[in-house]
Design a binder for this molecule. Structure first.
Ligand SMILES: O=C(CO)[C@@H](O)[C@H](O)COP(=O)(O)O
Ligand SMILES: [Fe+2]
Length: 227
């Protein structure tokens, strides 16, 4: 269920399980389902495209029964094409690849669609929105990275707000509707500004899975911040 609405669009909160308790992953994924999240993000890192190593297809297959909604795989890997089928078969509904990691982006997006998933492209903080001009109409989602990918708990890079607004302008110009997702440093204290810039899907890792508040309290905090 959405955490709010802005300009007639539903705003979704997508917990990132990178900040979950890995020894208790099924329960943590189920907690996101129970509080009402329609999306959950699995951050796949290969220790090559980003300096960290996380989950593979067996983990996605294992958590699939614990979440009813969209299982969003954020692929932070070199050569994503080689892995798409495995992640789709493991239970992904949505796959985002990085613009910087894909040599044949158009072919990659076509392949994700052939596999029955929706498709997104992520842009690192230093990658311009203009790099999407010739692919945007094929995308279901654009992911603006508001931190350098690899780790949870980093601070939101303010320049990302202008990039979010630039994606909204480009989508409007092309009369194309796509999810604008923002990932990194999203908190109740900055969510309203991020949504006003044009984002519709907010990733929350450390602000959702926290030692000090429950997922329920985290959800309520985000809802209140948007109200
Ligand atoms: O993709 C990534 C990091 O590369 C993320 O999805 C993080 O998990 C977000 O964590 P927070 O910044 O919300 O703590
Ligand atoms: Fe992510």
């Amino acid at each position: 269920m959405p955490i709010g609405y802005h300009a007639g669009r539903a705003i979704e909160l997508t917990p990132s399980i990178l900040s979950a308790n890995f020894a208790n992953l099924g329960a943590d994924v189920q907690a996101a389902d129970k509080v009402g999240c329609s999306w959950i993000q699995v951050d796949v890192m290969d220790g090559h495209f980003v300096p960290n190593l996380t989950f593979g297809p067996p983990v996605i297959k294992a958590i699939r029964p614990y979440f009813k909604g969209t299982l969003d795989v954020h692929l932070m890997v070199s050569n994503p094409d080689a892995l798409l089928e495995e992640y789709a078969k493991a239970g992904a509904n949505h796959i985002t690849v990085h613009q910087e990691a894909s040599v044949h982006l158009h072919r990659t997006i076509q392949r994700i669609h052939e596999l029955g998933c929706t498709a997104g492209v992520a842009l690192n903080p230093a990658t311009p929105v203009s790099s999407l001009e010739d692919i945007i109409e094929d995308l279901d989602l654009v992911l603006i990275m508001s931190v350098n990918p690899g780790f949870g708990g980093q601070s939101f890079i303010e320049r990302s707000l202008a990039k979010i607004a630039a994606v909204r302008t480009l989508l409007d110009q092309r009369k194309h509707e796509a999810v604008i997702q923002v990932d990194g440093g999203v908190k109740p204290s900055n969510i309203a500004t991020i949504v006003q810039a044009g984002a519709t899907n907010l990733i929350a890792g450390s602000a959702f899975y926290s030692a000090t508040i429950t997922p329920h309290q985290a959800w309520d905090g985000f809802v209140a911040a948007l109200a």
